[in-house]
Design a protein around this ligand. Structure first.
Ligand code: ZN
Length: 442
């Protein structure tokens, strides 16, 4: 297997990946995902075809830290029909039409009796909003506000043929073993039905990153987790608690397909290696976005960053949740996300991984003054690196900072030099016997 290096023209590769990810996203879009159930399992099965997953099925009623795994929700059919026989909404037309985790119902109601069970978004009258009722015994339909306003008087039949019964919650995992047991955790949530950016974009970028990495030799191990938001990440953490010490870096992936710039949200630690790696990649190679400080809100980074777990897990998104009007509506569809954005997000992940892979600490083996580079052919060798004028400076910075405790990412940060120049210079200096990588944990 080839060692982990980026392709000479990664952008070209990202473009092809972007097309592939968009096609996969469009294929997954109609599936009726939820915290549990058939749509979730079918999604994991499809992801498994890209990179093999192992599936944990966690039984309903299982206590996971402060939470309990819910009953399994299975929906077969759902519609709202006027007494005239006209069908107002149908789950088959759009999974967002039914409030997630609705309990079964088959009743005739007047319009006034029906209204408390209907959800629409007046501010965007053509879009269907996304609603769930996971922990409250309820049922409901969602529809475009324009349609809601035109509902004729009369009686309506509300039918939701669904089952809420003990079953299990499915979580998919892909573990890729590298030379070291230390892991990079990549998490994407799986519980949203027909919504594209939130969070099919995270699923497709994560699984294609796994597919790419599994073809290559890596220093670190990689663990991709596909689980429902909140209850899923908490259940996964509870189930795999004894393995968490291996996780050294983590990323939550979501909202990676819209046209906005890439943003990174820091871990609760703020200055972890993943924070530094992602900041460098975004600032130098994918500029225009923001580096956002940690807050205990958003996606599952807050579970990974809770005090009893305390893993350095940051989050990569394009436009953050709640900052685009299409969020949690039917307008977040495959047309809202682009192959180019997905491809760029994938490439940014790869560049972050590249930094983590090469983020070694070196020791200068000739630390008394500056070693004589010319005698070793290293002074002239700068001429051989056309287009990398940093190369000489990279050697000097490396020799100066390599005290065994400073990592390559930290040297890149302090020197302002490109990470690739430092990688190449480190290779040259190791070959010349001037530098040695420290072994042990990163
Ligand atoms: Zn969401």
């Amino acid at each position: 297997m080839p060692a982990l290096r980026l392709d000479p023209d990664p952008r070209l590769h990202a473009q092809a990946e972007g097309e592939r990810m968009h096609a996969l996203l469009a294929e997954l879009y109609p599936l009726g995902r939820s915290l549990t159930g058939r749509g979730l399992r079918a999604t994991l099965q499809r992801l498994d075809a890209e990179a093999p997953l192992t599936i944990d099925e966690i039984a309903s009623g299982t206590a996971v830290f402060d939470w309990t795994v819910p009953d399994e929700w299975t929906i077969d059919e759902a519609y709202l029909e006027h007494e005239s026989g006209r069908r107002i909404v149908d789950y088959r037309a759009h999974t967002l039409h039914v409030v997630g985790y609705s309990r079964p119902v088959d009743r005739w109601l007047t319009l006034d009796e029906l209204r408390p069970h209907l959800h629409s978004a007046p501010e965007h009258p053509d879009w269907i909003p996304y609603r769930t009722s996971y922990y409250k015994d309820d049922w409901g339909f969602c529809l475009a506000h324009r349609q809601y306003e035109q509902l004729p008087p009369g009686r309506y039949r509300a039918l939701i043929r669904a089952a809420l019964a003990p079953g299990s919650m499915s979580i998919g995992q892909c573990l890729l073993r590298g030379d070291m047991s230390e892991e990079v955790l990549v998490f994407a949530h799986t519980c949203h039905p027909s919504l594209a950016n939130d969070n099919l974009s995270g699923l497709v970028v994560a699984i294609r990153l796994a597919a790419w990495l599994r073809q290559r030799a890596t220093r670190l191990s990689y663990r991709f987790v596909f689980a429902p938001a909140t209850i899923g990440s908490i259940a996964w953490l509870a189930l795999h608690f004894s393995e968490l010490h291996r996780v050294r870096h983590g990323l939550v992936l979501s909202l990676l397909g819209d046209r906005g710039p890439l943003n990174y949200k820091r871990t609760r630690f703020g200055q972890a290696a993943i924070d530094r790696a992602a900041t460098q990649v975004l600032q130098r190679q994918h500029p225009g976005g923001r580096i956002i400080d940690f807050s205990p809100w958003g996606y599952d980074e807050r579970q990974f960053g809770s005090p009893g777990i305390a893993l350095p897990v940051g989050r990569l998104t394009r436009t953050p949740n709640g900052e685009f009007p299409e969020y949690h509506t039917s307008a977040d569809n495959p047309d809202f996300v682009t192959a180019a954005s997905l491809g760029e997000s994938w490439l940014a992940c790869l560049r972050i991984v590249h930094r983590l892979e090469h983020d070694l600490r070196y020791r200068n083996l000739r630390p008394y003054g500056e070693p004589q580079l010319g005698r070793r052919g290293l002074y002239r060798s700068t001429g051989g690196y056309q287009g990398i004028p940093d190369q000489q400076m990279a050697m000097l910075w490396l020799l100066n900072q390599s005290d065994g405790g400073t990592s390559l990412i930290e040297i890149a940060e302090r020197s302002g030099l490109s990470f690739d120049s430092l990688c190449r210079a480190a290779d040259d200096l190791v070959r010349a016997g001037l530098l040695a990588a420290e072994t042990g944990t990163s």
